[in-house]
Ligand binder design. Structure first.
Ligand code: HEC
Length: 132
């Protein structure tokens, strides 16, 4: 992954224009409506299916962002707001991975999310709130 400060600020701009309006500036979400991404998203990365989920939720999958831009935004969210939540062996998303897996967007987000949280709990990972 390229990690120059120019790339990071570009990812941040994509976040501001494409995601922040719903997910809020701090990534804290809106209770009852929009899940937090800060201090939460990283836990999904402990499961291969969780890694895929993050690319396939409608807000990410259907965004106007290119595959590279979406990879950059997700990596930015994960490395700046989810440090404590990430698995030690976390590997950044790549454009090729996003291209192969972002579509189709999930139509049953709540069911998939509930299943992932159950799997995480079985592994003793409790950082994702089951209600938001
Ligand atoms: C129109 C509002 C809106 C926009 C814009 C939006 N999201 Fe979301 N996002 C949501 C809602 C609502 C959910 C809850 C799941 C659902 O209903 O799709 C969600 C869920 C998520 C999740 C799953 C989090 C979890 O805990 O399950 C991720 C990851 C995510 N969004 C990333 C993004 C990214 C990245 C962008 C920008 C490219 C983005 N979203 C843009 C509203 C939005």
């Amino acid at each position: 992954m390229r990690t120059s400060s120019a790339d990071l600020s570009l990812a941040q701009q994509h976040w501001v224009l494409n995601c922040m309006g719903c997910h809020t500036a701090t990534g804290g979400g809106i209770p009852g409506k929009v899940p937090p991404l800060a201090h939460s998203l990283g836990y999904f990365e402990h499961l291969p299916a969780g890694r895929e989920y993050v690319m396939r939720v409608p807000g990410a999958s259907n965004s106007a962002l290119s595959d590279q831009e979406l990879a950059d935004v997700l990596n930015w969210l994960l490395t700046t707001m989810n440090h404590e939540a990430l698995p030690k062996d976390f590997k950044p998303y790549t454009a090729a991975e996003v291209s192969a897996q972002r579509r189709p967007a999930l139509s049953d987000v709540a069911t998939v999310r509930a299943g992932l949280i159950r799997d995480l709990h079985e592994r003793g990972i409790k950082g994702v709130a089951d209600r938001y």
